[in-house]
Design a protein around this ligand. Structure first.
Ligand SMILES: Cc1ncc(COP(=O)(O)O)c(C=O)c1O
Length: 407
């Protein structure tokens, strides 16, 4: 594997042009778009326009004049084809954690007599924390966690909702969304998918998989910026059966009537709680525009090819490193991890050399490949830098071992 071969693969890549939509700093190889997507070139101008003309000149009139009030559903419609949903099944709101809370509570209420939230014991800890909080709050409700490969056996008539993260934040292992959903339905349970590490990176068919509910972050592969608003999906047929426990005025049927009693809006809009952050929504809108004209099948194909190629480069150059992701590309998302006893220090040494990935406790170096802007050249160079860091033990210095707050 040579750099020239990597460049030839980039030249033949059907998605080679989309890299131009992003600001990618000279001298850096960015392999952490699975945590914070890169900055689209249009974002700063879009936000400046909203600040200057809409907020600055038109002030509060902008809620109507510039349709700020419709931002959560208008932007959701752009995301719908990226996750295989109908526009009327999507909403931009709150954070992933808050959306999980709302939908888990709604699912429990929609399955009276069932008291179990079922999850994978390796699920993203924040998702488990939210479920634990609900179990503390609602008498009788429990969180049951089991190994990922025993989910189907753990589905019984006590399970109200199965909640899983499709692509594991550490290994990148991919749950079969359609198969697990079908198993949950056979047991009479609802499904709530966390697609934070999937949306924008792999092909997803929420409608075709008969999924009930889903959530995801806006700041990872969707490029919405740090702390971007999150999204939620509810299958059309289920929407009017679900009750938002955070029944705020923005989900009210007529918020400006200021009725004393809550009455939900029809459809998914009832899951909006408070006033949307228009500046943050604008950045997410620009992030989603970076997918314009792109087919998700092409994203999936590139995710597989890039991660396969990177694994090949790393294994060829760094025989001491152990792959800790599934080897079969169909069984993982668009990031890969390798295990190393001094993973944190190795990643710090790489970052100092301009290759930005991240570390996941206890011993993983993680590399995310965003199909819109990463290429085979990035993969080759990252593997080259990694082999140098390991061969010359460049990581073995005290300054790379002191952990920062965010890893
Ligand atoms: C899989 C997954 N779920 C949930 C979250 C939490 O998202 P938030 O902090 O935006 O609520 C994250 C954050 O990284 C995540 O990766």
């Amino acid at each position: 594997m040579t750099l020239d071969e990597a460049r030839a693969l980039d030249a033949a890549d059907p998605l080679r042009e989309t890299r131009q939509r992003f600001r990618l700093p000279e001298g850096k190889i960015y392999l952490d778009g699975n945590s914070l997507g890169a900055l689209p070139l249009s974002t700063a101008g879009r936000i400046a326009g909203v600040v200057e003309r809409e907020w600055g000149d038109d002030l509060i009139v902008s809620w109507n004049k510039h349709h700020w009030i419709d931002a959560p559903s208008r932007i959701a419609a752009k995301l719908a084809p990226i996750v295989g949903a109908g526009a009327d099944e999507m909403l931009i709101a709150d954070s992933t954690s808050v959306n999980l809370f709302k939908l888990l509570a709604a699912a429990l209420a929609a399955r009276p007599g069932r008291t179990v939230i079922l999850s994978d014991q390796g699920n993203f800890p924040a998702d488990l924390y939210i479920a634990q909080g609900l179990a503390r709050m609602l008498p009788g409700v429990t969180l049951r966690t089991v190994p990922a490969d025993t989910i189907d056996q753990a589905l019984d008539d006590q399970v109200a909702v199965l909640t899983l993260t499709q692509v594991d934040y550490r290994s990148g292992r991919r749950h079969d969304l359609a198969a697990r959903t079908a198993a949950a339905h056979r047991a009479g349970a609802l499904t709530l998918w966390d697609l934070s590490h999937s949306a924008g990176a792999i092909e997803i068919d929420l409608a075709g998989s008969a999924a009930d509910m889903a959530v995801g972050c806006g700041y990872k592969y969707l490029n919405g910026g740090p702390g971007a608003p999150a999204w939620l999906f509810i299958a059309r047929a289920l929407q009017d059966q679900l009750d938002n426990p955070l029944s705020g005025w923005m989900g009210h049927a007529d918020p400006f009537a200021f009725d004393r009693a809550y009455a939900p809006r029809p459809g998914i809009a009832r899951f909006q709680t408070g006033t949307p952050s228009i500046l943050a929504m604008t950045a997410l809108d620009a992030g989603l525009d970076s997918f314009a004209g792109v087919k998700m099948a092409a994203i999936e194909a590139k995710a597989r090819a890039l991660t396969d190629y990177f694994i090949g480069c790393v294994e060829g150059r760094c025989p001491a490193l152990a792959l800790a992701s599934p080897r079969d590309a169909a069984k993982r998302g668009s990031h890969v991890v390798f295990a190393h006893a001094d993973a944190y220090a190795v990643m710090q040494a790489l970052i100092e050399r301009g290759v930005i990935g991240d570390f996941r406790a206890p011993d993983l170096i993680r590399f995310g490949f965003a199909p819109l802007y990463n290429g085979f050249d990035d993969a080759w160079r990252a593997a080259d830098a990694l082999s140098e860091v390991l061969d010359r033990k460049l990581w073995d210095v005290p300054r790379f071992k002191a952990r920062a707050r965010v890893t």
